[in-house]
Design a protein around this ligand. Structure first.
Ligand code: PEP
Length: 250
């Protein structure tokens, strides 16, 4: 099944107004000059920049996403942002269950699932992150861990149009380390089979790889049959690098 690649940038807690708008504007210009880009592009700036980046890329093919949302629509949740607020600010996607949120904020699968269901309620695409730690992989538990995350984190009502899965081995994020191409393909095929237990359109659902994707390894990773794009952290902060990753999908 042909799946259009999605190249997504997770800016994490990086970016002030001037630099963030310049980065988004640069990417929008480059994408506008592509005759027929063979990929979709998503940028996920910090919450403070979602509205202004959405405004800056309006009219371009770049989609804008948040990096987290609360499960509730509104209420007494100081410091939190709802999926509806992200949508109102111009977002179309939201990253959920990133390992940094699972670690730093104690988010478990049930929390991630509730947030993903909030995303769908608000009309956002949920980008649900899963991935094992180094210790879990070394113990031969990578597939079991990821299967449990898929079973517990995917929202009710997930389909290929409203949900994306990002496989991000925790030990590969920001470390410069990556699994081998064989390990990535094997895990993506495994994830698709696990998703198929819950989602009828699993064959069309996009599964992104994330973890130290850079221009030098992008072609190999993005050329794998079950890799439908990338979730890029550090390299998404540099327009030349993010663009070099994207155009491997031309
Ligand atoms: C991420 O945080 O989603 C990520 C994949 O980071 P990096 O590309 O820097 O490893």
């Amino acid at each position: 099944m042909a799946r259009r690649k999605l190249i997504a940038g997770n800016w994490k807690m990086n970016g002030l107004r001037t630099g963030g708008l310049a980065l988004a504007g640069d990417l929008a210009t480059r994408l506008g000059l592509e005759a027929a880009a063979g990929f979709d592009m998503l940028v996920c700036p910090p919450a403070t920049l979602v509205a202004s980046v959405a405004e800056a890329v309006r009219g371009s093919a770049i989609a804008v996403g948040g990096q987290d949302c609360h499960a509730r629509e509104k209420g007494a949740h100081t410091g939190d942002i709802s999926a509806e607020m992200l949508r109102d600010a111009g977002a179309s996607h939201v990253i959920l269950g990133h390992s940094e949120r699972r670690q730093d904020h104690g988010e478990d699968d049930a929390t991630v699932r509730a947030k993903a269901e909030a995303a769908l309620r608000a009309g956002l695409v949920a980008v649900v992150c899963v991935g094992e730690t180094r210790a879990e992989r070394d113990a031969g538990r990578a597939e079991a861990v990821v299967a449990a995350q898929i079973a517990g984190s995917l929202p009710a009502g997930a389909d290929a149009g409203n949900t994306v899965v990002a496989y991000e081995p925790v030990w590969a994020i920001g470390t410069g380390l990556t699994p081998t191409a064989e390990q990535v393909q094997a895990m993506h095929a495994f994830i698709r089979a696990e998703v198929a237990k819950k989602v009828a359109s699993a064959g069309a659902l996009r599964i992104l790889y994330g973890g130290s994707v850079k221009p030098s390894n992008a072609a190999e990773l993005l050329g794998l049959p079950d890799v439908d794009g990338a979730l890029v952290g550090g390299a998404s902060l540099v327009a030349d690098d993010f663009w070099a990753i994207a155009v491997t999908c031309r």
